[in-house]
Ligand binder design. Structure first.
Ligand SMILES: Cc1cc2nc3c(=O)[nH]c(=O)nc-3n(C[C@H](O)[C@H](O)[C@H](O)COP(=O)(O)O)c2cc1C
Length: 193
């Protein structure tokens, strides 16, 4: 959807979207992303300027800003603390898994942003699917200036905006969407039997 009517989605709908995003899978479970949900009209007006004036930004009920986390070593430590609940026994049992998690974080030190962004896009997909299930309108977006968003939202150093999800209900004067164009299955799929 390119233009929303500004009406708010319900709290139940919002929490289904946030849960779908929170429960999305990620490589070794690190969830190296953060989502800022923006409802404030003044901030949304500023963000619109950093998104080529796209009307989804200030007409959606909620605007989700997905940021990649680039502090992977810290994320791995936090993950392990969460998974073990700080219990020494659990730490011992999970030693091998901890090696995998921290090793993965270390392996991606050189491409932390690209790796974290890939994970964030999976979460974005889960948010989109949750909207579709509830028949809410949505628009995934990457047509915006990430540095501008970072500055307007005052995001910390370890967060880099990568994608947006605008959610809400269709505006009565929303532009008609073009017919769906999709490459045929033979183009997308290939079977090696
Ligand atoms: C990662 C991603 C970024 C996108 N960015 C924008 C965007 O900035 N603005 C916009 O209007 N649509 C955006 N779209 C929507 C696509 O343009 C749209 O899915 C595509 O044109 C096909 O349209 P359809 O899914 O309605 O058939 C984006 C979609 C994805 C998945």
């Amino acid at each position: 959807m390119k233009k929303f009517d500004g009406k708010k989605i319900s709290d139940a709908e919002l929490s289904k979207i946030t849960e779908a995003i929170r429960l999305a899978p990620s490589s070794v479970g690190l969830q190296p992303y953060h989502v800022t949900i923006v409802t404030n009209p003044e901030i949304r007006a500023k963000l619109k300027e950093k998104a080529y004036g796209q009307s989804q930004i200030d007409t959606a009920s909620h605007l989700f800003v997905f940021s990649a986390r680039t502090d992977l070593a810290k994320r791995a430590e936090d993950y392990f603390a969460l998974a073990t609940g700080g219990k020494p026994d659990a730490k011992e049992t999970m030693k091998a898994f901890y090696g995998l998690v921290s090793g993965t974080a270390k392996n991606h030190e050189g491409d932390a942003f690209a790796w974290a962004a890939r994970q964030a896009y999976i979460a974005l997909g889960f948010g989109l699917a949750a909207c579709a299930e509830m028949k809410l309108e949505s628009c995934p977006m990457e047509g915006f200036d990430p540095a501008g968003f970072k500055s307007v939202l005052n995001l910390p150093e370890n967060l880099q905006p990568v994608a947006l999800l605008a959610v809400g209900h269709q505006a009565p004067d929303a532009p008609a969407l073009p017919a769906k164009v999709r490459f045929p299955a033979e183009d997308i799929f290939d079977t090696v039997a």
